[in-house]
Design a protein around this ligand. Structure first.
Ligand code: ADP
Ligand code: MG
Length: 397
């Protein structure tokens, strides 16, 4: 995708002395006292801010935090804890500015954090008057927030329409590059793993991927729905019986292209959903009426792992079993290790998928780990993300 890149502008000296507005994703989890419990997003946003400072720009950074009501400031919605943490990471003080829509005082070489952008009236609706005011604050608008790239809001879309220059920050550019490499021009065979529990959302993803991938590996609640479609019994397992027709259509679409959706040959079951429930491995056609399928079986896991080792590109979303319970984690661990061992370019995303990657310590062996849960799923669904669309439009002139 053709977008202007902030790193190029900096390298060409075009950011020196300019007012730069960075839309980052600093929406971190906090405990009841407001303390930040996990700061990955702040750390991931530092390179763009540092790049702007090194380039000699006057730097404004903003983000949303939580779901505040527009126009109604409450202390718990403040970016104050984020400003402190960002300051620690940058090794300099980061002043927090409130009521900033009508003007921001910042000089080249300085950085300020602009209070929670979702407090501004019109942010979520992408109000044009607000977007024009935001655009007037800056010479260069930088979007570095992939997590909100699927939403057209004033700081993610409208400002990009009206700013003198609109470009992608390093984090957003990396997402665009990884997604292009995996889906637009993949090394084949392209294998996608779609698993986990959100069956109905993910069925849309499967329909879109079925047009492009060579193998579609299903797991978790999705695999159960496909087992139903294949005429197998799944007992009390998580599935969406009304979506069997859609699952069948995906199998057929894949078959018509000479591709396949492998149905599990064995499964791990329990009689109740609990960490200490006794686990039983059985053939896929031996599931009893009171069984819950909580993982793919070892034979299935090995067959899938062999496919992953042969893949050219791997796209992974969703754990194939209840990996939070050790007795039902074997399938997900086998898949994770096969991805780690494969020479394929791999891209992974999804909240629980990232937790599984962390659990098995394979972060370094995955080609690209996407930070945007909802945005990543929408890319897989084949949707054009508004933030990408407007940056590409601006780059086209
Ligand atoms: P992600 O967050 O990566 O997009 P999901 O939220 O769709 O993934 O699904 C993850 C959840 O799915 C995990 O909590 C996991 O325990 C659950 N899960 C996986 N397999 C099964 C299964 N067979 N039955 C019930 N839940 C499952
Ligand atoms: Mg999840």
């Amino acid at each position: 995708m053709n977008v202007l890149r902030f790193s190029d502008l900096c390298a060409q000296g075009k950011a020196a002395g300019q007012r730069v507005f960075i839309r980052a994703d600093l929406n971190v989890p906090q405990d009841d006292s407001g303390a930040i419990t996990e700061d990955t997003r702040i750390r991931a946003s530092v390179p763009c801010v540092q790049m702007a400072l090194d380039a000699g720009a006057a730097v404004m950074v903003t983000s949303h935090l939580g779901r505040p009501k527009e126009g109604e400031f409450k202390p718990e919605d403040s970016l104050a804890p984020v400003a402190r943490r960002l300051g620690e990471l940058l090794g300099r003080e980061v002043p927090l500015v409130s009521d900033w829509v009508d003007g921001v005082d910042v000089k080249p070489g300085q950085v300020v954090l602009l209070e929670n952008c979702r407090l501004n009236k019109g942010e979520k609706k992408n109000d044009e008057a607000l977007a024009k005011k935001l655009a007037a604050l800056t010479d260069i608008y930088v979007n570095d927030a992939f997590g909100t790239a699927h939403r057209a809001e004033a700081t993610t879309y409208g400002i990009a329409q009206f700013a003198k220059v609109a470009c992608a920050g390093p984090l957003l550019a990396a997402e665009i590059d990884a997604i292009t490499k995996a889906l637009a021009s993949p090394k084949r065979p392209l294998v996608a793993i779609v698993a986990g529990s959100k069956v109905s959302t993910k069925l849309t993803i499967l329909q879109s991927l079925a047009k492009n991938v060579d193998q579609l590996i299903v797991g978790g609640g999705i695999a159960n729905t496909f087992m139903l479609a294949a005429g197998l019994k799944i007992g009390k397992s998580l599935a969406e019986a009304d979506l069997v027709g859609e699952a069948t259509a995906v199998i057929e679409a894949m078959r018509a292209r000479g591709a396949a959706v492998p149905i599990p040959v064995d499964v791990v079951t329990a009689k109740n959903f609990a960490a200490d429930a006794p686990a039983t491995t059985k053939a896929a056609d031996a599931v009893e009426d009171d069984d819950l399928i909580l993982d793919i079986g070892p034979k299935t896991a090995e067959l899938l792992a062999a496919q992953l080792r042969e893949a050219g590109t791997i796209v992974w979303n969703g754990p194939v079993g209840v990996f939070e319970f050790d007795a039902f984690a074997h399938g997900t661990e086998t898949i994770a290790r096969a991805i780690a061992d494969s020479s394929a370019f791999s891209i992974a995303g999804g909240g629980d998928t990232l937790a599984a990657i962390a659990k098995y310590g394979i972060e370094k062996q995955v080609g690209y780990i996407s930070t945007g849960g909802g945005a990543f799923l929408e890319v897989l669904e084949g949707k054009q993300l508004p933030a990408f669309e407007i940056l590409a439009k601006r780059a086209a002139g």
